[in-house]
Design a binder for this molecule. Structure first.
Ligand code: MLT
Length: 408
């Protein structure tokens, strides 16, 4: 008899965005005449930029000739892409990251989800609340938690991110082994200052912890005082791994490309105190379980690092940030306190009411899809998240519908 991994029985019945997808589908079936506007899942709507598409095509063309054809690529990514990432995203910005510390992958979701595999079953884990559900669910699947009780899994330490701390938790007094941080934050849109990140790095150094730093939304940082990378913080290279993605930055949600930076200094220990390089462990994992990202996709991603590619992605980020500004201002005008939407494409809106009910009512009255804050954790109750990823006209239309619904 084939028996299931018992830890899967602890999971909520479906992944947050699948649950929402199903609700939206049911709504559409019941209301076929309504035009739904999606400001729920953070999925980009604008086409890949002209020069990225050109590079993508060229990569495909190369596969059509025996002389330029490529089969399996390096599991860690092609050098042309790793070198471009290291130079433009790190070295030019003062962070000493080398190309061989970069692992190209097909998504930050997969990497943040898979990374826990490297660590012992009984490590203590800190996750933000509200949280990107992948960090939690993958640890549940791995058997690192107890049951789900009152909106939380036993055995995890929840780092509360509320308006009292401007949605940026401080390190706890207890020593945690593994800490997930995400800035600009999904879902709250909050950003962490240099001082706040320094506190976390010092905490990790004191406790020999590891910070898994999810920087998927870095391209939306407009304030030059806000660090773009955990590696801007002195001492971080021994205690942090950083995840980045081309999804939101360059419109690759469907194309799939991301990368993870693991400094060679980063260590984990066995029970006898012997140290192991996390870089080597991840390399071992990836070479076993992953065959790399397709060549044309890596060519398209590398184009992002040319001067023209950089201009194009900045324009893309500015476009979505323009949407974010409209959403934020409208919701504030309607009397809802908001955070995010300035250095982030997400606006975290305090509704003060049950967030699933608010989500349902908004969908029913306006056909606008948002994300209920409670879906991200208990501290998300009383909030909804609105995503700025959509066409400007749709965002304007959604805001008009929301404004009207509030007046009736
Ligand atoms: C979100 O809406 O939170 C993101 O699109 C999820 C993701 O990037 O996987």
């Amino acid at each position: 008899m084939i028996r299931i991994n018992p830890h899967y029985t602890k999971l909520q019945s479906s992944y947050l965005f699948s649950t929402i997808g199903k609700k939206v589908q049911d709504f559409q079936s019941a209301n076929p005449d309504k035009t739904i506007i999606r400001l729920g899942i953070g999925d980009v709507t604008r086409a890949l930029s002209p020069s990225v598409i050109q590079a993508f095509h060229k990569g495909v063309e190369e596969l059509s000739q025996d002389t330029t054809f490529r089969g399996y690529g390096p599991e860690q990514g092609y050098d042309f892409l790793r070198e471009a990432i290291a130079k433009i995203d790190y070295q030019d910005k003062g962070c000493q990251i080398n190309p061989d510390e970069i692992f190209v992958s097909d998504g930050a979701k997969c990497d943040t989800g898979n990374f826990q595999e490297l660590f012992a079953q009984d490590v203590s884990i800190g996750v933000p609340d509200p949280v990107y559900p992948v960090y939690v669910d993958t640890n549940v699947m791995a058997g690192r938690t107890g049951a789900f009780m009152n909106g939380r899994y036993e055995g995890l330490v929840y780092l509360e991110s509320t308006k009292n701390n401007n949605f940026v938790p401080s390190p706890p007094s207890a020593a945690l082994d593994l800490v997930y941080l995400c800035f600009p934050n999904n879902p709250t849109g909050a950003v962490a200052t240099r001082e706040q990140l320094t506190e976390w790095v010092e905490y990790a150094r004191r406790n020999r912890s590891l910070i898994l730093f999810d920087a998927a939304y870095v391209e939306f940082i407009t304030d030059p005082a806000i660090p773009r990378s955990i590696f801007e913080i002195p001492g971080s290279k021994e205690v942090a791994v950083e995840f980045r993605s081309f999804s939101k930055t360059a419109g690759f949600t469907g194309t799939r490309a991301a990368y993870t930076v693991i400094p060679k200094e980063c260590m984990a220990w066995d029970d006898s105190g012997k140290d192991y390089s996390i870089h080597s462990l991840w390399n071992r994992r990836q070479t076993t379980k992953f065959n790399g990202v397709s060549y044309p996709v890596q060519r398209a991603a590398a184009q992002v690092y040319t001067p023209q590619g950089q201009r194009e992605i900045q324009e893309l980020a500015a476009y979505y940030l323009g949407n974010a500004k409209l959403i934020r201002e409208t919701m504030i005008d309607l009397g809802f306190p908001c955070t995010g939407g300035i250095n982030s494409p997400y606006i975290w809106v305090e509704t003060g009411t049950n967030s699933w009910e608010f989500f349902d009512t908004l969908l029913e009255k306006t056909a606008v899809v948002t994300t209920p804050g409670a879906g991200f954790g208990t501290c998300g109750e009383g909030y909804i998240r609105i995503s700025a990823f959509n066409h400007r006209e749709k965002v304007i239309q959604a805001l008009e519908r929301i404004s009207q619904s509030m007046q009736t």
